[in-house]
Design a protein around this ligand. Sequence first.
Ligand code: A3P
Length: 290
Amino acid sequence: ITRFPLIPIRGVPLMSYIANSWDSIWAFRPDPSDLLIATYPKAGTTWTQEIVDLLLHNGDAEVCKRAPTPVRIPFLEICSPPPIPSGLDLLRTRDPPRVIKTHLPFQLVPPGFWENKCKVIYVARNAKDNMVSYYHFDRMNLTQPEPGPWDGYIEKFMRGQLSWGSWYDHVKGYWVEREKRNILYLFYEDMKENPRREVERIMKYMDLSVSDEVINKIVELTSFKNMKENPMANYSCVPAPVFDHSISPFMRKGEVGDWTNHFTPEQSKMFDEDYEEQMKDVNIPFRTLI
Ligand code: A3P
């Protein structure tokens, strides 16, 4: 297993397996019926995928467990790392409508998604919790670059040197385009605060209508506790050498505010000052505590 080095594509550091097949990724043509779930890594991608999948199957957990591909997890992703079959190859084996996941920043999303007016759900999570989650993920995902010590990790995050690039550019890129492109822009903190409300928002955006009873069931099935126990959602099906759950489980804590257990007061102050500077051109209502 390799921790892939980062190679910039249009200034965005991406793992080498992505950079090396960039032309075919950029040329990918989705179907207008395909739905894209886009996130900066660790913002709540899997949670949203699970909700969308259950909405599409009227809350039937058994159908969602039946694997449409040899392993349902990883969900269809345009760029998935070897030894997982390439996302582009997997996509070719499935008929639309498909639910596709990506961590690509807005400017690197294949233009076919916009030309075909695909539905796009973006999930954003406050920077500090997002970074903490990414740090633990980089420890346990043995294809991601080595995270190194926490102190240096904060620096890399602030400078946009992590895999998939700058969190700041990522959340802003989709935010400024959300109205023009009809992107549903969700927040992890809102999902934690009131999951039912957010499930309903997703349902309406997808032009679906499921009963109140089914919505309640979906909220229950997608609670942190239940997803942690669900092998189809907790990534225990990912080939063993990729994720080492003994270092840190994929379903780690699922909380808002875990950053307070990681940042020293000095680190937090330094981070906040830089944050203000990097985010001064937008007003995205992030919450670091709820
Ligand atoms: P933590 O590391 O903070 O626990 P992604 O799916 O984008 O990789 O995001 C993973 C993060 O979302 C992890 O955060 C994980 O625990 C959290 N998560 C996944 N499912 C969740 C759920 N149902 N409720 C709350 N958090 C969830």
